[in-house]
Design a protein around this ligand. Structure first.
Ligand code: NAD
Length: 457
């Protein structure tokens, strides 16, 4: 049997070696889950809802050890691990409050003895292949609405957040979701690939663009519903009427929170030339105040880089920018020694010939580019193959609306950033993906709307 070694990215230490699934185990689990799904779907909605309510209680009860586990395997600062778990609770509440109404049968026509109805049926067996950066969020965005709407779930957590994935499954089982309905698979990309070979009715993926392409290719011939939530190169524009210090503090947090490893991290900043220098000074001050170190310490803000290979990407982007004329104002170094560490890094005099302004960094590095006016800002914001989020800082809402309506992104922000709401759809355009999670549409995504034509005799 193969094993999955879980390392602590802050120290390099082996946390645990877990037995991993092989292709035969994946096939057996898929068969069991498929067989168990109809009985789960036949249970009254109230029973499924009660399971998720008990799951919520379990998360609340175990919050401290769950946060410590997440920090140990991802390097996320402990306060941010707690924030993620606390932030999960209102998401659960949203799903609990909205799921029944979102999938209620709807009569859309009733005349002359003819009735037309839409009924939402569960997809059936849903595969969830997930990322590690917000494992509770990205896991539960799929698992909870899928279960509430009557699906069985085959969940392949990231190999960098497997202990957290196993905890999600444990708490759901303890809460009454049958073991055969909520099934966790252990392993890396090869286990994800084996999962795609099974007969599944939907594939919900969160991860990189490169893997998203592989997944789309693997299931494309079978017409299986596929949703891909991928990376981004999220831009923000700071107009000259914005308060440079307030905008800088907000955006430094948006760029560096979770050590820059958020799908909606601020990845590029464009600042109007009139306030560029004041903004940059305040931004650098904010970044210098961010303590890097042991993720278990309460005052740590910059934690470890979760995946060691990303250190090479960050180093190459910074080197490329400097070689092409960027000025390094703070950071820029990969730390040699135990664990995966990269300084919070700020570069100015950047442009779109540089990788740092074009490709996802997924780490604590940011480029700040000076622009003349709104027109130029819109031009550069749209100069990307991605489109997850984009933002504008200005006092003028009309101006923000004019700019943001022209920017290609699934979510847009006025005077805020790096924000996700359960009430709003979460989606990307272009290479940031297809499909959506969250909101009532992200509940309906786990159902097939069936058309009923009913004529009274
Ligand atoms: P990744 O693509 O390396 O891995 C994601 C998952 O895919 C893992 O579970 C992995 O084991 C699995 N996988 C790898 N190869 C596979 C294959 N051939 N077939 C099937 N499964 C396979 O991504 P990651 O490093 O875990 O996550 C980081 C990326 O995720 C970033 O690009 C980030 O922007 C993106 N992300 C996006 C969102 C969003 O909502 N749009 C949210 C979080 C993260």
């Amino acid at each position: 049997m193969s094993t999955l070694n879980i390392h602590n990215p802050a120290t390099g230490e082996l946390v645990i070696a877990l037995p991993a699934d092989d292709a035969a185990a994946v096939a057996a689990k898929a068969k069991i889950a498929r067989a168990a799904q109809p009985a789960w779907a036949a249970r009254p909605f109230a029973e499924r809802k009660a399971c998720i309510e008990r799951f919520r209680a379990g998360v609340t009860r175990d919050l401290e050890p769950l946060a410590a586990t997440m920090t140990r395997e991802t390097g996320k600062p402990i306060k941010m691990s707690r924030n993620e778990l606390n932030g999960l609770l209102p998401r659960i509440d949203f799903f609990l409050a909205e799921a029944e109404a979102a999938i209620a049968a709807e009569t859309v026509f009733d005349e002359g003895g003819m009735r037309e109805q839409i009924q939402h049926e569960p997809l059936g067996l849903v595969a969830n292949i997930s990322a590690w950066n917000y494992p509770w969020f990205v896991g539960c965005n799929v698992i909870l609405p899928a279960l509430l709407t009557g699906n069985a779930v085959l969940y392949k957590p990231s190999e960098y957040a497997t202990l957290t994935g196993l905890e999600i499954a444990r708490l759901l089982h303890e809460a009454g979701v049958p073991r055969d309905v909520m099934v966790c698979l252990v392993g890396g990309g090869e286990v994800g690939a084996a999962l795609l070979e099974q007969k599944v009715d939907g594939v919900f993926f969160t991860g990189s663009h490169a893997t998203g392409q592989r997944i789309a290719q693997a299931v494309g011939q079978r017409f299986v519903k596929v949703q891909l939530e991928l990376g981004g190169k999220d831009p923000t524009y700071v107009a000259e009427d914005a308060d440079p210090k307030a905008a800088a503090e907000s955006l430094a947090d948006g760029a560096m929170y979770n050590t820059g490893q958020s799908c909606c991290s601020v990845e590029r900043i464009y600042v109007h030339e009139k306030i560029h220098d004041d903004f940059v000074d305040a931004f650098v001050d904010a970044v210098k105040g961010m303590r890097m170190g042991d993720p278990m310490r309460e005052d740590t803000y910059i934690g470890a880089i979760t995946r060691a290979p990303q250190l090479d990407v960050l180093e190459a982007q910074v080197d490329d920018a400097i070689a092409n004329g960027a000025a390094l104002l703070v950071g820029g170094e990969r730390r040699i020694g135990d664990g995966n560490w990269f300084d919070a890094t700020v570069l100015v005099n950047v442009n779109h010939d540089m990788e740092i302004m074009r490709e996802e960094s997924f780490g604590p590095v940011i480029g700040i580019q000076k622009v003349r006016d709104d027109e130029e800002a819109v031009h550069w914001m749209n100069d990307t193959r991605y489109g997850l989020t984009a933002g504008v800082y200005t006092k003028d809402e009309d101006r923000a609306r004019r700019i943001l309506s022209r920017v290609h992104a699934g979510s847009v922000y006025w005077n805020c950033c790096d924000r996700v709401s359960p009430r709003l759809p979460w989606s990307g355009v272009g290479d940031s993906g297809v499909g959506l999670t969250l909101s009532k549409y992200g509940i309906q995504a786990f159902t097939r709307p069936k058309a009923w034509h009913l004529r009274r005799p």
